[in-house]
Design a protein around this ligand. Structure first.
Ligand code: ATP
Ligand code: MG
Length: 253
């Protein structure tokens, strides 16, 4: 079905179409659809826009990536379906590798994600040589590339699982997540949680990097003054205020 651009839910319907197409192509897992549905529900509550507290988290994330010694960008099946172009652009801007890192791993799916990224222009995709393990999680999900996530100081892990996020933080890494659910274990564990739709978040990170207006000491100061828990609280307050407003609107009718 062709969705007209004037449809009020055009963006959301297009994202669903891309996910379904990527399931058919063996790139995204079926469970990925359910995870996306949970994300959509939170996006509705948020009002499908970037919250101001999230703008702050996004700026901090961009700063963290810019001053990292060895940033790595993790790509799963949903990330590949929704923001392949953007994550490749980010990898080039930062000169950082992408690493295919999927929860329901099959070698065939990992290979297809790598191919999709390379076909779209990525030139540094890790994740087929899983020669190291993240301590503290069960074997199958612990495997990573020694030259990639294992030795990174900053990992961008969008739509990540809570356990793995915690295990990476326990290794001493800074973890930036993108997750629409401010209550998820991932959001609570991360060093910087971007509570936003991944499509908006990736565009905003790229714009912040391209703006490049801050000096290194200014970027470092931005990180020093940031507390992820304080920011999550602000996110929840913004959502609460919006729901209160919605409640008033209902009462007025
Ligand atoms: P956790 O393991 O962190 O407690 P979870 O098990 O509830 O969380 P997962 O299935 O591990 O969640 O990961 C999916 C997460 O990704 C969900 O929290 C969902 O809100 C988020 N998500 C899904 N699609 C998007 C999207 N397009 N943009 C941003 N976030 C999304
Ligand atoms: Mg989970």
């Amino acid at each position: 079905m062709i969705i007209p651009e004037t449809h009020p839910r055009y963006k959301s319907l297009m994202a669903r179409d891309r996910l379904v197409a990527c399931i058919k192509a063996g790139i995204t897992s079926q469970q990925g659809l359910i995870a996306h549905g949970r994300g959509e529900a939170f996006d509705y509550l948020i009002g499908e826009r970037t919250l101001s507290s999230t703008r702050r988290a996004t700026e901090v994330a961009a700063a963290m990536l810019l001053i990292a010694d060895k940033p790595v960008l993790s790509v799963n099946g949903n990330v590949a379906a929704l923001v392949a172009k953007e994550i490749i652009e980010l990898s080039k801007l930062l000169n950082a590798p992408l690493e295919v890192n999927i929860f329901y791993r099959t070698e065939a799916r990992a290979r297809r994600i790598k191919e999709l990224l390379e076909n779209q222009g990525a030139d540094n995709v890790l994740g087929d040589k899983l020669d190291a393990e993240i301590p503290g999680i069960e074997h199958a999900r612990a495997k990573v590339d020694r030259e990639g996530i294992y030795s990174a100081d900053v990992v961008l892990a969008p739509l990540e699982d809570g356990d793995r996020c915690k295990a990476l933080v326990d290794m001493g890494k800074k973890v930036i997540t993108i997750d629409l659910n401010p209550l998820s274990r991932t959001s609570k564990q991360a060093s910087v949680s971007i509570v936003d739709n991944i499509e908006r978040a990736m565009k905003n990170i790229i714009s912040a990097l391209k703006a490049g207006s801050k000096s290194k000491p200014d970027l470092a100061a931005l990180l020093l003054n940031y507390d992820n828990n304080v920011n999550l609280k602000a996110v929840i307050e913004e959502i609460r205020d919006r729901l209160k407003q919605e409640e008033l609107n209902v009462n007025l009718k």
